[in-house]
Write a protein that binds this ligand. Structure first.
Ligand code: CA
Length: 227
């Protein structure tokens, strides 16, 4: 689950990002409306947390922009003003829920989980995606840019793991235990070889590159931030 927070107040943004990361989400943070809209249009988020009062482009402008682009992920907006007008406006513009500042983090987390559940986004997905890469878990089929890609069982398991934990750097030891069901102490070469083979199939002939080596740490699969 990947969430985007658009919040210009540094303290609030950092606090929410950290809290939601600890709750197990991958969380991006945009500090103004224009950046927020840009990010929301280029990455397929599961949910957006949107502050209303933002410099540049306000929350309403962001909301209008994403709905006009046909993005249907749930939007929870944060308003500092406890005004009925604000709430009505947000819901009319296509937001799904709102919270009035100040709020307790537990309340925010509960709303986020409810929205994700309501949208069916908390359910086990049948197809995992990143950019134009698709992995159909039921049919066990992989394609990129519409082209079918044949993977071995291990490569499939490796790709599935990387996709399920998109945006997280996965240490070799974790990959070893999850995909090979063994603990590798020192010889992690087998992981590197498998990742290299997987990349040759899903990344080499395509853009953007999705699987990245993080030196000294492991591997991560993520859509690169937009340019
Ligand atoms: Ca604000």
């Amino acid at each position: 689950m990947r969430l985007l927070i658009v919040e210009d107040e540094a303290k609030t943004g950092d606090y929410l990002q950290q809290g939601l990361q600890e709750a197990g989400f991958v969380v991006d943070l945009a500090r103004d409306g224009r950046d927020g809209l840009h990010d929301a249009l280029c990455i397929d988020y599961d949910l957006l947390i949107l502050d209303v009062m933002l410099p540049g482009l306000d929350g309403w402008g962001v909301l209008r922009g994403i709905r006009a682009a046909g993005k249907d992920f749930p939007v929870l907006f944060l308003t500092a003003r406890d005004e009925v007008d604000d709430r009505v406006r947000g819901l009319e513009l296509g937001a799904d829920d709102y919270l009035v500042k100040p709020f307790a983090f537990a309340e925010l987390l509960a709303r986020v989980r409810t929205l994700l559940r309501r949208q069916g986004r908390g359910r086990e997905p049948e197809v995992l995606r990143a950019a134009d890469l698709e992995v159909d878990l039921r049919r066990r089929r992989v394609s990129r840019a519409g082209q079918r890609i044949e993977l071995t069982a291990k490569e499939f398991a490796l790709l599935e793991l990387l996709l399920r934990r998109q945006g997280e750097v996965l240490p070799r030891s974790l990959i070893a235990s999850q995909v090979w069901d063994i603990n590798f102490d020192s010889d992690t070469n087998v992981i590197d070889v498998a990742v290299r083979r997987l990349r040759a199939k899903v990344d080499d002939d395509f853009a953007p590159k999705l699987i990245r080596t993080v030196r000294g740490m492991g591997y991560v699969l993520e859509e690169p931030a937009c340019g």
